[in-house]
Design a protein around this ligand. Structure first.
Ligand SMILES: Cc1cc2nc3c(=O)[nH]c(=O)nc-3n(C[C@H](O)[C@H](O)[C@H](O)COP(=O)(O)O)c2cc1C
Length: 326
């Protein structure tokens, strides 16, 4: 569907998904994605797309996140920049892309919508999305409000969906990929894991923080305002959680403005690791190194083959190999 070699997608990431990372992922045989709204205007997005075309001949996509914003970004203009930039794959996320489907389809663009529930996945299928990215409770960013881990969510999606889907959230390595395939997915989408790569254009402090953190170091914030986000714990996040405790159900976004607004450039560009809330998945517990994107993807594909050939086929041989594995 996307013309890529390996079933691995790099999800859109605010202040991470620049041309450098998207091109590196696509050059390594996956699907790289530029984060549309990190570019402050449609014109800047057009330039970022052109930069990425200079770095790769392979297909890459653009993420369009539909925010619950008071002042919505000019989405039609962003879509025009995407279309004119020759992009044929768009990852949508946040609110339903229904309103923009005619414009995307008229430009012959394949749409993969990221959603955190079976009902939203079915809605995406119904409005003409080509695929979905099913994002479990483990994921970095916004896991929704259902708290459904991928061990349940993926097989449920497989039971209901006709269009293909990839597993997203908690995916890090060959084990994740093979498990995702077993649960019915056609591949996997990774966010957090791709930040800890040589090409990710973020401050070195961010990569080192990911290597140092364990699976216990993420927190859910903004639940009271139904905008739940999984973030890496830091001093700013501890402050945020304290405010949330004090305010309880009366919490308003203004109360936590300093801990959530304008944090991404401080973290990703300046390396201020205690600046506040920035998305990070539980999968951080599985990140132990900072390889190149190609090393990461090659390792995933090679290890996946060996897991399937030597570990899984063993289960077919009268249990002998099963015992060996055990
Ligand atoms: C730092 C960061 C920023 C993100 N920003 C966005 C975004 O702007 N739009 C979006 O749709 N998803 C965003 N995501 C979510 C990812 O695209 C992906 O769905 C998620 O990271 C998958 O979970 P994982 O981190 O466990 O791999 C972000 C994730 C991270 C870690």
């Amino acid at each position: 569907m996307f013309g890529i070699e390996h079933p691995i997608i790099q999800g859109g990431m605010h202040y991470v998904g620049f041309a450098e990372l998207a091109a590196a992922v696509s050059n390594a045989g996956g699907l790289g994605i530029i984060t549309g709204l990190t570019q402050k205007t449609p014109d800047l997005l057009a330039r970022e797309i052109a930069r990425c075309h200079d770095m790769t001949d392979k297909p890459f996509g653009v993420n369009l996140t539909f925010l619950p914003a008071f002042s919505a970004p000019p989405y039609p203009e962003y879509i025009a920049a995407i279309r004119e930039g020759g992009i044929k794959i768009v990852e949508t996320a946040g609110r339903s892309p229904e309103q923009y489907m005619p414009a995307l389809k008229a430009a012959d663009i394949k749409v993969i919508h990221k959603c955190t529930s079976v009902r939203h996945s079915l809605k995406a299928e119904q409005i003409g999305c080509d695929a979905v990215s099913v994002d479990g409770f483990e994921c970095g960013g916004h896991p929704g409000e259902d708290d459904m881990p991928n061990m349940i969510l993926l097989p449920r999606a497989a039971e209901e969906l006709k269009i293909p889907f990839v597993a997203s959230g908690g995916m890090a390595d060959a084990r994740s990929l093979v498990a995702a395939l077993a649960l019915g997915a056609a591949g996997m989408n990774m966010g957090t894991r791709f930040i800890a790569t040589k090409e990710a254009p973020v401050h070195e402090n961010v990569k080192q923080a990911l290597v140092a953190a364990t699976e216990l170091d993420t927190r859910l914030v903004m639940r009271a305002i139904r905008n739940t986000e999984r973030v890496l714990r830091n001093k700013g996040v501890d402050r945020l959680i304290e405010i949330e405790r004090e305010k309880g159900r009366s919490l308003k976004i203004e109360d936590i403005h300093d801990e959530v607004a304008g944090v991404y450039p401080k973290v990703m560009i300046d390396g201020e690791m205690d600046a506040g809330a920035w998305s990070c998945g539980m999968v951080v517990g599985l990140i132990k190194d900072v390889p190149t994107v190609k090393e990461l993807i090659d390792r995933i594909m090679a290890d996946a083959e060996s897991i399937i050939r030597s570990r899984l086929t063993g289960f077919l041989d009268d249990g002998k190999a099963t015992r060996r594995v055990a």
